[in-house]
Write a protein that binds this ligand. Structure first.
Ligand code: ATP
Length: 234
C-alpha cells in the first residue's frame, strides 16, 4: 500500500507554553480530498501550520510521504511534496501573473509553464500581463492554486481559500480545487462553506477544542455530530 501523503500520529503542539493540539491523528491518502472542519479556535489553522513546519510538535509524529518530518523545515517539506496556501493567499503581488507562474518552476520548464497553467485555469489567460496585486481576491486565489498546480506537489493544504469572496467566485475556486484533485493532487482544506467542502471531500476531520472528534468518510458523517461540534451543543 502507498504511504499516506500526510499523516499525524498522536500530535500535540502549540505556541510557547500554550498547548493547542492534543493527540491529533489522521492520514491523507494520495489523491484524496480531506475537509477539516470545526468551530473558530478549534485548531484547524494550527494543524496546517504544524503540517507545514511552522509549528513543531511537542510529541507525536508528522509524516510526509511516509517519512517523519518533525525536524524538517518548511522549505524542505515543500520539496517533499507538501504545499501550503495560507489564508491571505501567497502570490508575489508586485509581479505579473506570467512571472508568478514562471517563477514557480525550474528554468527549463518556464516556456511551457504558462501554457500549462492557463489550460488548467483559463481565467488567468485573460490576465497574463496583469500585476497580481491589482487583481481581485478571487483571481489572486486562482493564481495561488495555479502556482500550486505547476509545482506538482503530492498534497496542497488550503486555509479558508474562499474567505471574503463572492459566491460566484467561490464556485470558480471550488472548480479549480476539482482541477487539482483530478490531477491526482491530494487536498487538505479548511473551509467555512461546510456544504461545499463536504461535496468535494472523501474524508472529514472534525476538530473540537484542539482534538479530533471525528475522522472518517464524508458520507458517514453524522449531521448531529457536525452541529454539536460547530455550535458547542452537548
Ligand atoms: P479560526 O477558524 O478562527 O481560524 P482555527 O480552528 O483555525 O480557528 P487556530 O487558529 O488554530 O484555530 O487557533 C487555535 C487556538 O490557538 C486558539 O485558541 C488561538 O487563540 C490559539 N493561537 C493561534 N495562534 C496563536 C499564536 N500565535 N500564539 C498563541 N496562541 C495562538
Amino acid at each position: 500500500m502507498t504511504a499516506p501523503v500526510l499523516e499525524f500520529a498522536g500530535v500535540t503542539a502549540g505556541y510557547g507554553r500554550t498547548t493547542v493540539l492534543r493527540d491529533v491523528s489522521f492520514a491523507v491518502a494520495p489523491g484524496t480530498v480531506t475537509a477539516m472542519l470545526g468551530a473558530n479556535g478549534a485548531g484547524k489553522t494550527t494543524v496546517l501550520r504544524t503540517a507545514s513546519g511552522l509549528v513543531r510538535p511537542t510529541s507525536g509524529e508528522v509524516r510526509i510521504a511516509g517519512t517523519v518530518a518533525n525536524r524538517r523545515a518548511p522549505n524542505q517539506r515543500a520539496k517533499d511534496g507538501f504545499c501550503l496556501i495560507p489564508e491571505g493567499r501567497g502570490v508575489f503581488r508586485s509581479l505579473s501573473v506570467r512571472d508568478n507562474l514562471r517563477l514557480q518552476v525550474p528554468p527549463w520548464r518556464r516556456g511551457e509553464a504558462v501554457d500549462e497553467a492557463v489550460e488548467a485555469f483559463p481565467v488567468l489567460g485573460e490576465r497574463i500581463t496583469q500585476i497580481a496585486g491589482t487583481m481581485s481576491g478571487g483571481q489572486q486565489q486562482m493564481l495561488a492554486l495555479a502556482r500550486a498546480y505547476l509545482s506538482k506537489p503530492s498534497i496542497v493544504a488550503l486555509d479558508e481559500v474562499s474567505m471574503g469572496l463572492a459566491p460566484k467566485i467561490v464556485d470558480e475556486i471550488f472548480a479549480s480545487l476539482r482541477t487539482l484533485a483530478s490531477a491526482g493532487i491530494a487536498l487538505l482544506i479548511v473551509e467555512q462553506y461546510v456544504q461545499r467542502a463536504l461535496d468535494l471531500a472523501d474524508q472529514v476531520v472534525l476538530m473540537d477544542h484542539g482534538s479530533t472528534s471525528y475522522v472518517g468518510s464524508a458520507s458517514d458523517l453524522d449531521e448531529a455530530e457536525l452541529m454539536r461540534t460547530y455550535l458547542g451543543v452537548s
